[in-house]
Design a binder for this molecule. Structure first.
Ligand SMILES: Cc1cc2nc3c(=O)[nH]c(=O)nc-3n(C[C@H](O)[C@H](O)[C@H](O)COP(=O)(O)OP(=O)(O)OC[C@H]3O[C@@H](n4cnc5c(N)ncnc54)[C@H](O)[C@@H]3O)c2cc1C
Length: 297
């Protein structure tokens, strides 16, 4: 593709120019020519939704559709790589993800309706910053691969916190952890209409629980439609190395509600989101606790 320096003045428009680079380097260069008026576009579901709400598009859309390397899923020694342009549907049906990333698949199945999942991509879900995949990716310790002049890699937790300006996400890497009978995960999305709407609150968790109910490798990811998804480090530390008891769960409720500060909006109060999230986490841990107790007899 021929990259020329043609500066575009109008920042927003109803009829954007669509560019089709074939490599991440080319896409990044095109972006730098007109950073104020350009935006990357993958499946286009968010941009289409914004247009329907009367929000104008940036005047240059840099489509990622022709970048072949962003459409691959493969397994390496210690991780699974998922290209940013892989659609949510293709992630859901891929044998590698079915086998090795069940927590992410549960999250992806909760997103929108099939038509949106056929177009929407995993990279778009991350860049959107409100996506329901994010709590699961946080709980899985995913790494984001991106290009901003150099190829870089960053843990998704710090990637989100830094709020990088327009990096091109090229893929995500999911660490391959051996699934044992001690490893557990859970995911729950609370929405006004399950699977067809943005969440009021979405929670994902992963941990190991040995036969004495001692917790390790605890990760909790949480998100709600009006704020950046996050990990809950204080609650994770409280559980890490401790034996799961009813008393510990009571303490956990207090820590969770102190640590998570969702805001209110016209749909629902922050207090409701916070209490719902804490109850969901406690419910899943309590179930685990009972299961382990039952197994021990
Ligand atoms: C009716 C409807 C219901 C929805 N319900 C849900 C839901 O339940 N849960 C949910 O999580 N989402 C939902 N969404 C939002 C959206 O469909 C998904 O989040 C989807 O994964 C976005 O992917 P996309 O490829 O379409 O993103 P796009 O619309 O193409 O892009 C979204 C944003 O990400 C940027 N971007 C895209 N790819 C990259 C990349 N590789 N690198 C850097 N920036 C990039 C774009 O510049 C843009 O700012 C819904 C959307 C609609 C229209």
């Amino acid at each position: 593709m021929d990259i020329r320096s043609n500066h575009v003045e109008n920042v927003l428009t109803v009829n954007p120019q669509v560019l089709m680079p074939e490599t991440p380097e080319e896409a990044h260069k095109l972006f730098l020519l007109n950073p104020e008026s350009s935006s990357f576009i993958a499946g286009g579901t968010v941009i289409q939704m914004q247009r329907e709400q009367g929000i104008l598009s940036p005047s240059i859309l840099i489509s990622l559709e022709k970048i072949i390397e962003m459409k691959r899923i493969y397994a390496a020694d210690h991780y699974l790589s998922v290209g940013a342009f892989v659609s949510l549907s293709d992630c859901i049906s891929h044998f590698l993800l079915k086998d090795k990333a069940s927590l992410l698949l549960t999250a992806l199945k909760s997103i929108a309706a099939p038509a949106v999942r056929n177009r929407g991509t995993i990279g778009g879900n991350i860049a959107y910053e409100k996506g329901d995949a994010l709590p699961a990716l946080l709980a899985m310790d995913a790494q984001v691969q991106f290009f901003d002049g150099t190829y870089r890699s960053e843990n998704i937790d710090s990637f989100l916190k830094r709020r990088w300006k327009h990096p091109l996400i090229t893929s995500i890497r999911l660490p391959l952890k051996e699934s044992t009978e001690d490893s557990f995960s859970f995911f729950k999305k609370v929405g006004m209409r399950q699977a067809f709407s943005l969440s009021l609150v979405t929670v994902a968790g992963r941990l190991c629980l040995d036969e004495n109910r001692r917790c390790s490798e605890v990760r909790i990811g949480i998100g709600s439609s009006n704020q950046l998804p996050q990990r809950l480090p204080r609650s994770e530390s409280l559980l890490e190395g401790s034996i799961l008891t009813v008393e510990l769960l009571n303490n956990l409720f207090d820590t969770l509600t102190e640590e998570f500060h969702p805001s209110s909006d016209i749909l629902i109060s922050g207090e409701y989101r916070k209490t719902a999230a804490a109850n969901i986490i406690l419910f899943h841990l309590y179930q685990l606790c009972r299961r382990r107790k039952g197994e021990k007899g």
